[in-house]
Design a protein around this ligand. Sequence first.
Ligand SMILES: [Cu+2]
Length: 180
Amino acid sequence: MSTHSRAHGILLFAIVMLAAASVALVAGLVGGFDRHGPAALTSCQPLHEATQVVQVGLYDGGAMMGQSPTMLRIIPSPSGISAGQVTFVVTNYGQLNHEFLVLPMPADGLGTRPVAGNGKIDEAQSLGEASTSCGAGPGDGISSGSRSWVTLTLGSGTYELLCDIPWHYANGMEASFTVS
Ligand SMILES: [Cu+2]
């Protein structure tokens, strides 16, 4: 894809994000921000967790006034574990739909995966996914205020955690994760 069409895609994405954030802001003001509080999430947890648990937060800035709606973030805590089994528990604190995928870190580093014309990356290398609302494994995405989880066995190395909703990866929705 040419640099021009990619830039066009990112611009289009930014416009869609601004529109979505406006709708989310109005919805939030009308409905209050307590629709998806911690109480709703406590009933939405994996039944069996590995010994190592990583809490992952997904953010898009849509819920926080004064923040740019293009602030897409994926933040794991902790950002590294020991080799072996791990359960990722992924909570969507944003207003948009998001995904969570685990892939090996690309040779050129964080955020360097090619992005296709549809705004998505090649998921062939995916090692696992938590992308459904209140459940385990792949799906149509984690809706705002919901949670997904996946248990994987990871060897030592560096991994890239990312969201593959169109243009989210291109706009920085990726994070480094280390297994020692
Ligand atoms: Cu996303």
